[in-house]
Write a protein that binds this ligand. Structure first.
Ligand SMILES: *Cc1c(COP(=O)(O)O)cnc(C)c1O
Length: 395
């Protein structure tokens, strides 16, 4: 134990010395564009995944309470024993219809969904090919899929993907996996090209659209709607994964959506399904309501895009370099990790909550402030944030 303690203490000291130690700031009010942060007070939130402002939407909250009353606090079971409730089936049906797939299956997180899919779909002699900037859950899931050949291709590099697919040409099943929206750059996967290359090579195309769902496309269906790529069939996406913890209410939970046979197979074989409790009914009810609100009010997606444009334009007028993208993620590269953290602290003093990301989350020298916009931000919120960005520029 003393060896472990010493090591842990040394690592924690190193993090403190480097200025990269994470302090868990905590909220004392609901997640909303303006909320209350302990020890800070009122803050405007520009770092949450509450893209559509549904986390604290009255109908979404009410649906969760109704679900709690109707079904109780938990499932007390995995899905296949006695943990499948009608609210799960309704939510899965709604997700599938929304995305345009045959079927969907929920997990307690998208992390679990990726692990369930990637580790259980492939067998010996298969291959998984993954974009180098994919989310940590895809990286870890791929690591666990030890029965398969695993390859990484350079970020969004279609030629690199082709080369890798040629290397694994003999594999029986080839999965190509990409984030729909890359969380640190805010850029969008080149879906049409990726889908075409998958088709050329007979590969199955898997898209984790956690940051794209509810954000991209006119109806917020995600990256495939953005590009007009079909949600199924040749030249389209084969399987989606996604989260309920971002635009779709923000509580928790994830899903796999795709052909019926993939979903049926995952119900039989995927280990997080078989050995871990089902999504709590209250969360399923809230998420279903969030989807309903999104479908009823596509204006929320339009408003989010307007807010992104307003924030981007304002920051550029102030002389900030914002990476370009159609998503709700606006990274400002500042270079040094400690500087990103310092700027984030300055913004917080002015009541604007934006996180700085540095090494090892992003490459050395590419530390950044990452702004995340919400449809629920008002013009005044955005103006106040821009004011703060102007002041810290002068500091
Ligand atoms: C946020 C995110 C996840 C994790 O989602 P959870 O439901 O919180 O586990 C997985 N994949 C991507 C691409 C994400 O952005």
């Amino acid at each position: 134990m003393s060896t472990l303690s010493n090591r842990l203490r040394r690592t924690l000291d190193e993090l403190r010395d480097a200025g990269t130690y994470k302090h868990l700031r905590h909220l004392t009010a609901p997640m909303a564009p303006a909320t209350h942060l302990d020890e800070v007070g009122e803050v405007l939130v520009f770092c949450s995944n509450n893209y559509l402002g549904l986390a604290n939407h009255p109908e979404v909250v009410e649906a969760g309470i109704a679900g709690l009353k109707k079904y109780g606090a938990g499932t007390a079971s995995v899905r296949f024993i006695c943990g499948t409730f009608d609210c799960h089936l309704e939510l899965e049906e709604r997700i599938a219809r929304f995305l345009g797939t045959e079927a969907a299956l929920t997990y307690v997180s998208c992390w679990n969904a990726n692990e369930g899919l990637l580790t259980n779909l492939v067998q010996e002699g298969d291959a998984i090919v993954s974009d180098e900037l994919n989310h940590a859950s895809i990286i870890d899931a791929t690591r666990l899929a030890r029965q398969a050949t695993r390859k990484v291709f350079a970020h969004s590099d279609i030629d690199a993907l082709r080369t890798v697919l040629q290397e694994v040409d003999q594999a029986a099943v080839k999965l190509v996996v990409t984030d729909g929206v890359f969380s640190m750059e805010g850029d969008v996967a080149k879906l049409p090209e990726l889908a075409a290359v998958c088709r050329e090579h007979g590969a199955t195309f898997v898209v984790d659209d956690s940051h794209g769902t509810g954000v991209l496309g006119e109806h917020g269906r995600g990256v495939h709607e953005h590009f007009g790529v079909p949600a199924a069939g040749p030249g389209g996406v084969d399987v989606f994964t996604g989260t309920l913890g971002k635009a779709l209410g923000g509580a928790a939970g994830g899903y796999v959506a795709g052909p019926r046979e993939v979903i049926d197979y995952l119900i039989q074989r995927s280990r997080p399904q078989l050995f871990s409790n089902a999504l709590p009914p209250t969360v399923a009810c809230s998420a279903a309501k969030a989807l309903e609100v999104l479908q009823r009010e596509p204006g929320r997606v339009a408003r989010l895009h307007q807010n992104v444009a307003k924030m981007r334009g304002g920051l550029q007028n102030l002389g900030y370099e914002v990476l370009d993208s159609p998503t709700a993620i606006l990274p400002i590269i500042v270079g040094d990790t400690a500087e990103a953290i310092r700027l984030s602290g300055e913004l917080l003093k002015k009541g604007v909550f934006v996180i700085g990301f540095g090494f090892p989350v992003v490459p050395e020298g590419a530390a950044r402030l990452r702004i995340q916009m919400s449809a629920a931000h008002t013009d005044e919120h955005i103006e106040r944030a821009l004011q703060a960005f102007e002041e810290i520029k002068a500091s």
